[in-house]
Design a protein around this ligand. Structure first.
Ligand SMILES: [Zn+2]
Length: 114
């Protein structure tokens, strides 16, 4: 189980599972945010804080809800539906508390051309 949060801590969460590889997408949004995305079933992520300060950004086809903290601006996760129709959470590994980012295998994803 991994714990994560935004910078100021108003959004906190727990995720079941072990992160070993992350997807590094080059689309216009992910490249600006610097996301390192770890995909898990939506049910594996539990928000353990209030969501009062959680804002949502959507673009393009509006199928992914990118959640971020309205105060500190950090974006710990996004929710969407996989191509197989499963409710999915994309966790930003940069917002996990105990993960050593340099140990993760980064898988490039060409979202810019998608
Ligand atoms: Zn925050």
């Amino acid at each position: 189980m991994q714990k994560g949060s935004c910078h100021c801590g108003q959004i906190a969460f727990e995720v079941d599972g072990d992160v070993s590889q992350v997807l590094e997408c080059n689309c216009s949004y992910c490249s600006r945010k610097g996301y390192l995305l770890w995909f898990v079933p939506r049910a594996s992520l539990r928000i353990t804080s209030s969501t009062d300060r959680m804002s949502t950004y959507q673009f393009n086809k509006h199928v992914i809800s990118h959640h971020f903290c309205a105060d500190c601006g950090c974006a710990p996760f996004a929710f969407g539906v996989s191509p197989q129709g499963e409710e999915t959470a994309a966790v930003n590994a940069r917002c996990l508390e105990t993960v050593a980012l340099d140990t993760l295998t980064r898988i490039p994803f060409d979202g810019r051309s998608a």
